[in-house]
Design a protein around this ligand. Structure first.
Ligand SMILES: [Zn+2]
Length: 874
């Protein structure tokens, strides 16, 4: 989908003519941060000897410093380290004081150090962590069943200081030369290629080439019994590393990394500047992926693909690789000045990844898929307690919490996409190229990016975008149409902040880049909404209308009744994206009580047999949520029957079996419809799922990987003890990790209360190996859907163990997400009291967000049940 924006008159009137200030070089003195700026590191030489058995680090460090004003103290970050033999320019210093609470070491020198270059050197003793903070040990079971352990790092945001004392703030870019001494049979990977390896008895010391100037949070070191597959392309060495024996599962990732790198070299107009790029699969505990420059680490589930992998696994691998690789430019080559601007890294990488995934896999309909994430972000951002994309960060906890997936990633991605469409993709790319060129090997702020885009587009982009990144929330755009005697339509537009519980009368406003399409097929017109009651021409009154054409906007639309009726009547002829936007918005209006349930159900009913995947996902989600709310009400069965009737036509169109020429999104839709119809009690679907499962038990190839999750889940939902035992045996016998995760997840759909209890025991049992520890929380959370009390009890009794693998975002999960999992069965006050007692006090605003959603869901349930019961189900 491509949209050429035509700039409105309003926009032309505010054309930006200011001088481009984006090229002003970044100065470290201007960066926020806690460390003094009078002493700046230039280069580090760090030698570590980790002892995996004792979980300790012996280190030696030498740092070349630039002293910018005479001083008798030098201050830098350290945590859990003891320094000894501390010298400046070879001479012993007067005093060394390390404070683990402040995460600082202060070195005092007898007489003032002069301005200029000096060298600080010391030895230190530190520790290897058990969680992904700094250098940590990751136990795993190898493919041949052996217990192993590898050492690897996770430094972002503020944990490089746990591996070696350093200036651990993003503005302090420096060169890092790393050496590590480990058992001789181990292999090592770091940011740069190996330059030297010296073997002494059972140990080997490996030295890596010095990195370019970069922030400490990008330093990487992995060591263990690992192996790689490799390729060389355009002068760059690519490696995919995994635990020995699994490296061949990196073949698709190795192909992906080369495709993506070539695309990004072109897009950024700046060639990847390092000589090599490794992708490293870390078993188990480490969640997600990390963009360490030249040495990206991934949870192995995100990088390795086997015959058991589904299309969803392949999509996830490509899009996560595309995300981490976008950071190699935006994040690594150009770094945010301080954690306030982490959104610059994350929103950009998320947007770029979606763009790249869509480009290389058009049949995945990736932007439509991403619409679900945008909706999730809008759900979070519609809270009165939401926060802005740009947030002030003053300490380590806030830095960690600023990685809010819904706002920092998904909302930011959507905002960038909205403005890319508004400026046009070429102008937007030109601005990005200028920005990268101007700030390469340096740091930058949000305003530097807006200035570059302003220069490229010759308009003041900062003034338009600020409302989207500096204030929380988004607008509801109301559309009132009037028709003249010949049927020509003019619309009058107004905006108010949209909230979960309705609209906010207070005075927030945005400059809204609308895409207006009048008629089903016309090209959209870009209009910038800047004033209340602004009017715009909008085709003819008998034509359908979208003011969010392409579903590109991060706003909701409320059409007047007559316009909505015209859109509903013509729903079948709208473009997929415009239908999706209308379904999204109308459902949100119903949820918040702004509009009535029949207005949404009329749209869902108008889909007929059309097989647009995202539209049906949206509908299936809405129907499932009403059905869930209706449970225990007299109207439940009538509503479930109605929902089955809505979902059957597209399923009958698709049937059970994949056709040869089907695209992945159609297969995805089939799986969704099977799962939802099964969940809604469709007898035909349940019977067929059981038959297929019986064949699968004898021969696993009877159900292809893509369909296993939905079919096994239906079987588990309605399982008796004997069937549950069969499912359990299938999971226990799975050798491949992708498979066993899929099978154990399916078990958690069980509805029978006694079997659910058994499911919780499985989730906590050693059947789940060490590297899948993080799965346990997911499994217990899945059980919450059907068994609120049981899941809540098990979670509380085991919370420390369940949360242990989530070292980085654990507090955010508890504060913001946990309440939403238990809203329907646990009293709000009980959830709130528990959560507040289990997160740091300063996370109060995060708890408020979680609890606002709980209270909204309770009020919504009340509204939906009444509306669904009153609805004529014919
Ligand atoms: Zn990222």
């Amino acid at each position: 989908m491509k949209i050429t924006p035509r700039l409105s008159l309003i926009l032309a009137a505010s054309a930006f003519t200011g001088a481009p200030a984006f090229a002003t070089p970044f100065s470290v003195s201007d960066a926020p941060g806690r460390l003094p700026k009078n002493v700046i590191p230039e280069s580090y030489s760090v030698t570590v000897e980790p002892d995996a058995a004792a979980m300790t680090i012996k280190g030696r460090e030498s740092i070349v410093l630039q002293v910018r004003s005479a001083t008798t103290t030098i201050q830098f970050n350290s945590l859990n380290e003891t320094l000894s033999d501390v010298r400046l320019d070879g001479k012993a210093v007067l005093k060394v004081a390390s404070d683990d609470d402040a995460q600082l070491t202060t070195v005092t020198i007898a007489s003032p150090v002069t301005v200029g270059t000096h060298t600080l050197s010391f030895s230190y003793a530190g520790k290897i962590e058990t969680q992904p903070h700094g250098l940590f040990a990751q136990p795993y079971v190898s493919p041949d069943g052996k217990q192993g352990v590898l050492l690897t790092t996770q430094m972002e945001s503020t944990d490089a200081r746990r591996m070696f004392p350093c200036w651990d703030e993003p503005a302090f870019r420096a060169k890092f030369r790393l050496s590590a001494t480990v058992p001789a049979e181990w292999s090592l990977v770091s940011n740069m290629p190996v330059v030297k390896r010296v073997v002494k008895a059972k140990l080997a010391t490996t030295t890596f080439e010095a990195t370019p100037r970069m922030p400490s949070y990008l330093v990487e070191l992995t060591a263990g019994e690992i192996a790689e597959i490799s390729a060389k392309n355009e002068g760059i060495d690519f490696g995919v590393w995994a635990v020995k024996g699994r490296e061949k599962e990196g073949a698709i990732a190795l192909a992906n990394v080369q495709t993506i790198l070539a695309d990004y070299n072109d897009y950024f107009g700046y060639k990847f500047p390092l000589p090599k790029l490794d992708s490293i699969a870390i078993p188990g505990g480490f969640q997600g992926a990390m963009e360490n420059w030249g040495a990206i680490t991934y949870n192995d589930q995100l990088l390795l693909l086997s015959a058991a992998s589904s299309i969803k696994n392949r999509q996830e691998a490509y899009s996560v690789q595309a995300h981490e690789m976008a950071h190699q430019w935006n994040g690594d080559l150009v770094t945010m000045a301080w954690w306030d601007d982490i959104w610059l890294n994350e929103s950009f990488a998320s947007w770029m990844a979606a763009k790249e995934t869509d480009r290389r896999h058009p049949d995945w309909k990736w932007w439509e898929d991403q619409d679900a994430d945008k909706e999730d972000a809008m759900g979070a951002d519609a809270r009165a307690t939401s926060h802005s994309i740009q947030q002030h960060v003053t300490n380590e906890l806030q830095a960690a919490n600023s990685f809010d997936p819904q706002i920092t990633y998904s909302k930011g991605q959507a905002i960038l996409r909205m403005f890319e469409a508004y400026l046009g993709p070429d102008v937007f790319r030109d601005g990005i190229r200028e920005y990268i060129k101007a700030f390469a090997f340096s740091n930058a702020t949000t305003s530097n990016l807006w200035n570059a885009l302003s220069a490229a587009s010759k308009q003041d982009i900062g003034a338009i975008v600020a409302g989207w990144t500096e204030q929380a929330g988004f607008p509801l755009v109301s559309v009132a149409a009037s028709c003249d005697a010949t049927g020509v339509r003019t619309i009058t537009l107004s905006q108010q902040r949209f909230l979960l519980q309705g609209i906010d009368a207070a005075n927030s406003s945005w400059k809204v880049p609308l895409q207006i399409r009048a008629g089903a097929d016309a090209a959209p017109q870009a209009v910038l909404l800047t004033q209340d009651k602004q009017s715009a021409p909008a085709g003819r009154c008998d034509e359908p209308l979208s003011v969010n054409a392409g579903a590109l906007g991060f706003y909701r639309t409320h059409y007047d009744a007559a316009t909505l009726a015209t859109d509903t009547k013509n729903f079948g002829m709208l473009k997929d994206t415009d239908r999706i936007a209308l379904l999204d918005d109308q459902w949100a209006l119903v949820e918040s009580g702004v509009d009535t349930l029949p207005t949404y159900l009329a749209l869902a009913g108008a889909m007929g047999k059309d097989v647009d995947t995202r539209a049906w996902h949206q509908i299936a989600h809405a129907l499932a949520s009403i059905e869930y709310d209706e449970r225990g009400s007299p109207g439940h069965e009538a509503f479930a029957a109605y929902a089955r009737n809505v979902l059957r036509p597209p399923f009958e169109q698709l049937g059970w079996s994949a056709k040869a020429d089907e695209t992945p999104d159609v297969q995805d839709l089939r799986q969704t419809l099977i799962q939802e119809l099964g969940s809604l009690g469709d007898e035909g679907v349940i019977d067929e799922a059981r038959k297929r499962f019986a064949a699968f038990v004898k021969d696993h190839s009877a159900i292809p990987p893509d369909y296993q999750a939905s079919i096994l889940k239906i079987v588990a939902q309605y399982a008796d003890a004997a069937t549950f035992a069969q499912l359990r045996a299938v999971a226990a016998a799975a050798k491949d990790e992708t498979e066993f995760r899929r099978y154990y997840s399916a078990l958690m759909a069980v509805r029978d209360p006694a079997l659910a209890k058994e499911a919780t025991e499985i989730a906590l049992s050693p059947q789940i190996p060490a590297q899948a520890d993080a799965l346990r929380l997911e499994l217990i959370a899945q059980l919450a859907g059907e068994h609120q009390q049981l899941s809540w009890q098990v979670f509380r009794d085991n919370n420390e163990r369940l949360l242990k693998p989530f070292a980085f975002d654990g507090p955010l999960i508890v504060a913001q997400y946990l309440p939403q999992a238990y809203w329907s069965g646990i009293p709000a006050a009980e959830i709130e009291a528990w959560v507040r007692a289990h997160v740091p006090k300063e996370m109060g605003p995060n708890v408020d967000r979680g609890m606002e959603t709980v209270r909204f869901r309770l009020a919504e349930k009340d509204r939906l049940v009444r509306a669904a019961d009153a609805f004529d189900h014919q």
